[in-house]
Each structure stands twice: as C-alpha cells, then as structure tokens.
Design a protein around this ligand. Structure first.
Ligand SMILES: Nc1ccn([C@@H]2O[C@H](COP(=O)(O)OP(=O)(O)OP(=O)(O)O)[C@@H](O)[C@H]2O)c(=O)n1
Ligand SMILES: C[C@](O)(CO)[C@H](O)COP(=O)(O)O
Length: 228
C-alpha cells in the first residue's frame, strides 16, 4: 500500500547555532533537507510529499526542489509555532492516502526499508514508530542532583518517520488541539487517546541533526555509506 509523507522543515534550528535554518546546511555537498527528501522521492511506495516550511523560506525550498529534481513534493504547508502545529497544518494538505508517514526533515539517514516496515505496521496496528534501545543510564534530575535512576530495560529512544492510519492521526491531533495539549512527537497524541502504538526497531544512524556535534556524526555516517 502506498503512503503520503509529511516532511517537517519549518523549524529555526536554534540549537544548531548555525545562524540559519539547519535544513539548508550542506552535508557532503547537498543540503540536509534535500538528502531527507530524496529518500521519500525515490521510494515507489511514496505517493506524494507535503513539505512544511516557514512561508518566508518557501521560495528557497522551491529552488532546491528544482535544482535537485525532487519530484514528489506535491504541496507545501505553513509551519507553525511548535512542531505539532506544523504537523497539523501538513495534515490539512494531504490528499487522503490511508497511511501517512510524518518525518523530521532533520533526519536524513532514514532507510527505505524502514519506511516500508513502518507503513506496513501502521496498516496492521494503526500507529507505528521507529525506536532504538537506550544505551546510556538515564536519571531523573532535580536542581542538578540525581532524583532517581530510571530502569533502562524498558527505555527506547524514539525517532521518525512516525506512521499512522490517517483517520487515527487526524483524530489524535484534533483531540490534542481541543485539549490544548502539546506533545514532542505525534505518537504521544495517539497514546493520550488510548490507542496502541507499535515500536519498530530502528537504526542508531537515523539521527536527528540538532546540535553542532551532530554534523560530525553525520559526516561519519555519510562516509560509512560511501564505503558500503
Ligand atoms: N515549529 C516547528 C519546529 C520544528 N519543525 C521541524 O521538526 C523537525 C524536528 O525539530 P527540531 O529538530 O527541534 O528542529 P528545530 O525546531 O529547527 O530546532 P531547534 O529546536 O533547535 O530550533 C525539524 O525538521 C524541524 O524543521 C517544524 O517543522 N516546525
Ligand atoms: C519527533 C522526535 O524527533 C522524536 O524523537 C522529537 O521529539 C522531535 O523533538 P524536537 O525538539 O522537535 O526536535
């Protein structure tokens, strides 16, 4: 079954401290957002992409789509104040495929096979997200003193794309909007309305480029890909 993708690129990249939206930073000669979009653009199961951007940057994104021959971006949607608002606006621009994958533009290393696993799991379970087991010990901290060590055996670090049956994610976003609830990922909105979310084992290399040192990790991942 095909899916539609919402790719989020409307943030400011504040933590990257690059003085610009990190989506335009180059990785191995290509802008971050182009690398991310290419994965979906080349996937035959991706029917179309909605790209969520800051309206003030739309023409810059349009030039990149043309320069790098990205064909499947069928619509733009306006970014919002928070990531959740951007997703909500992206949902309104979908054409109605049964499955939608919602992805951070800042995650360029997602693999096509994971897109397919997530889409298939969303058909079966309604919601499916990629995650990797936490490798560090995680502690709850108050005032820079340890309050509690969390049992690591049940902790997973969650990534994107997050895959959903369209009707479910629309219901979850509307419910969150009505309640004034703000979550840091889309799955949390589904959880709060009591629906199951399936974990699909992800890839540690599917990093979200957030802070400057992530660029170093990204260059290493790129180099390892070239060596593959
Ligand atoms: N209002 C927002 C906030 C974030 N994003 C997107 O959501 C993804 C994950 O967000 P994050 O990594 O936090 O990106 P930024 O918000 O740009 O980073 P920062 O918080 O450091 O400003 C990014 O691709 C970002 O462009 C978005 O579309 N709209
Ligand atoms: C959605 C996400 O990438 C899952 O880990 C993460 O919650 C995004 O957080 P951000 O602060 O909006 O980058």
């Amino acid at each position: 079954m095909n899916y539609e993708a919402i790719v989020l690129a409307a943030g400011q990249g504040k933590r990257m401290n690059a003085g610009m939206n990190k989506q335009f930073l180059e990785l191995g000669g290509e802008p971050l957002i182009v690398r991310t979009l290419k994965v979906f653009d080349r996937d035959e199961r991706c029917a179309r992409i909605v790209l969520v951007v800051n309206p003030a940057e739309r023409s810059r994104f349009e030039l990149l789509l043309d320069r790098f021959h990205i064909r499947k971006v069928a619509a733009f949607a306006d970014g919002g104040e928070e990531r959740q608002h951007s997703v909500y606006n992206g949902l309104q621009a979908l054409e109605g495929e049964e499955i939608v994958l919602i992805h951070d533009g800042a995650r360029p290393f997602v693999r096509v096979r994971h897109l397919h696993e997530l889409a298939d799991a969303a058909i079966q379970y309604g919601a499916a997200i990629p995650a990797v087991r936490v490798k560090d010990t995680i502690k709850k901290v108050d005032g820079l003193f340890v309050e509690q060590t969390i049992d690591r055996s049940s902790l997973w670090a969650v990534q994107t794309p997050q895959a959903f049956r369209l009707s479910l994610i629309m219901e979850a976003h509307e419910a969150a909007k009505q309640a004034g609830y703000l979550g840091t990922d889309d799955a949390s909105l589904v959880e709060r309305i009591g629906k199951p979310v399936k974990i699909i084992e992800g890839d540690y290399r599917n990093i979200k480029l957030t802070t400057p040192e992530d660029l170093l990790f990204a260059e290493a991942i790129l180099a390892s890909r070239i060596a593959e």
